[in-house]
Design a protein around this ligand. Structure first.
Ligand code: GDG
Length: 472
């Protein structure tokens, strides 16, 4: 493979977009895995006929490139200690909490950092071997922030883009990181660094100016050698048409009706869908709902809250703690407020197929999305996509990137429980005409700014920075 690399488009992400499964016949195979990143990039890669380099999520007998679901995949081998140090440690125990407003306390360990450097180098080497002359390489997310510089070192001919799916923190928080300058230098290896929100791009530009003294223009950094690095917001989106079509199938419609029926067909069905993560603000939304019942504003027979919490990062301590915390709250609320035949919260700690998710979105009158910090939040965009009758209400945290685009949602501060209660209450009582006006506008926004528009926007700008680079 190293002899004659042929890929003109290469994506690098921590995970391959597939999970290993054993079929009913006992034969091993691959299945598309859930998660924002995978959901977002799958259609883009198919369209560009590219190669995807990533960790398969477990050990393989053979690490040769392979094809699955029409995609060319290059698996990256990680030892169990690297999984512990690079992935569970540095990525999910250090960077994830640090970049999400230190909602949980980040841990800094030198051996985690060393594994992070080593694994980033492995990814960069595989990309250097796979990319054709002048190819476009698109590096994804916080697990791989050193790759752009490592790759440029070996292959200055490549056009390198980087996209951060999570928030980029303000200077004051980023400065805590012992290896802060190494991370910034890593990112500056790219021609274009993309963020979810303009605030993230501004934080990054400000940091490199303060720490390195590089000249900066609004969304551009000029390095000492004259090379320019773009830093801009590209709010990610979803495959609007694909999901809307799924929501309109008779099977999904029938399942949505069945879900409502099974819930006892109450006047109000509220829904939360998240990876079980401490950033997602599951607790405040359950508390707000519980208090609305306890206050007597909502009767227990009039509303049901369905909370899907898909299992995530289960070996990391902070994730074990958040699960225990949520389950305590569910138990307390159901125990205190439930009656025979009436259970306020239906808590599902499970992953579901896409069509079941679409049916849940269709069955819900109110979608409640309340992260403390979130790069974008695709669930909010998926909900409005499925509401093709322009019905339903979205309660959305202002700390989700999606709040920039879905301005007609009932916007909330998840730290303010009374405000959250008032917004859920307002959404439950809003006039159908008001709701449909809001929903129509939000649906138009997602339709016109879908996942292909996102990828096109980034890749077009990446092309333009290449011209800048050649003329510098
Ligand atoms: C990161 C950033 C950013 C969830 N449970 C199931 C399931 N899901 C799907 C949802 C949605 C995706 O997973 C979750 O995406 P989010 O955007 O909400 O959140 P993260 O996983 O934290 O994603 C985020 C994203 O990257 C993209 O840039 O928006 O801010 O944190 O698509 O539907 N899907 C299925 N079964 C489940 O049980 N099929």
């Amino acid at each position: 493979m190293a002899d004659q690399p042929t890929s003109s488009f290469v994506v690098l992400a921590n995970r391959l977009p597939v999970d290993r499964v054993t079929g009913a016949d006992g034969e091993p195979g691959w299945r598309a895995s859930p998660g924002g990143l995978v959901t977002a990039l799958h259609p883009v890669l198919r369209e560009h006929d590219g190669v995807w380099i990533g960790w398969p999520g477990g050990e393989l007998d053979d690490y040769s490139p392979f094809k699955a679901d029409g995609l060319s995949l290059v698996p990256v081998e990680l030892s169990s200690q690297e999984v512990e140090h690079y992935y569970e440690g540095m990525s999910n125990g250090t960077l994830w909490p640090l970049y999400h407003d230190v909602v949980a306390k980040p841990a800094f360990h030198r051996e985690w950092w060393e594994a992070y450097v080593e694994v980033n180098q492995r990814f960069a080497d595989l990309a250097a071997d796979a990319a054709a002359q002048g190819a476009v390489v698109w590096v994804q997310d916080y697990q791989l922030q050193l790759v752009p510089a490592m790759l440029r070192e070996r292959r200055p001919d490549l056009r390198i883009g980087f996209f951060l799916h999570i928030p980029f923190p303000p200077t004051e928080l980023f400065r805590q990181m012992p290896w802060r300058d190494r991370i910034l230098e890593g990112l500056l290896g790219a021609d274009l660094v993309g963020f979810q929100r303009p605030g993230g791009a501004a934080n990054f530009v400000r940091l490199v100016r303060l720490r390195f003294g590089h000249k900066t223009h609004r969304d551009k950094i000029v390095l000492a050698d004259g090379r320019a690095v773009g830093a801009r917001a590209y709010p990610i989106s979803i495959d609007f048409h694909g999901l809307e079509a799924l929501a309109k199938t008779s099977a999904v419609m029938a399942r949505a009706a069945q879900i409502r029926d099974e819930l006892g067909d109450p006047p109000h069905v509220l829904l939360g869908v998240d990876r079980l993560d401490y950033t997602k603000g599951i607790r405040p939304r359950l508390r707000a709902f519980g208090e609305l019942i306890a206050d007597g504003r909502i009767k227990v027979e009039d509303a049901v809250f369905v909370q899907v919490a898909s299992p995530s990062r289960e070996r990391v301590d902070q994730y074990k703690e958040v699960r225990a915390d949520i389950e305590r709250w569910v138990g307390r609320i159901n125990g205190d407020l439930g009656r025979i035949g009436y259970q306020p919260i239906h808590y599902l700690h499970n992953s579901f197929p896409r069509n079941e998710m679409a049916a849940l979105y269709q069955a819900a009158d109110i979608m409640v999305v309340t992260p403390f910090a979130d790069g974008m939040n695709l669930v909010a965009k998926e909900y409005v996509t499925c509401r093709y009758h322009d019905t339903g209400a979205l309660v959305l945290s202002e700390f989700a990137g999606a709040a920039d685009q879905l301005r007609q949602a009932f916007l909330v501060n998840p730290y303010d429980i009374n405000g959250l209660k008032d917004s859920i209450w307002a959404a439950m009582r809003a006039a159908p005409r008001d709701l449909s006006r809001r929903m129509r506008t939000m649906r138009r926004q997602v339709r016109e700014h879908d996942i292909s528009a996102w990828a096109r926007g980034f890749l077009t700008d990446l092309d333009a920075t290449d011209e800048l680079r050649r003329s510098a």
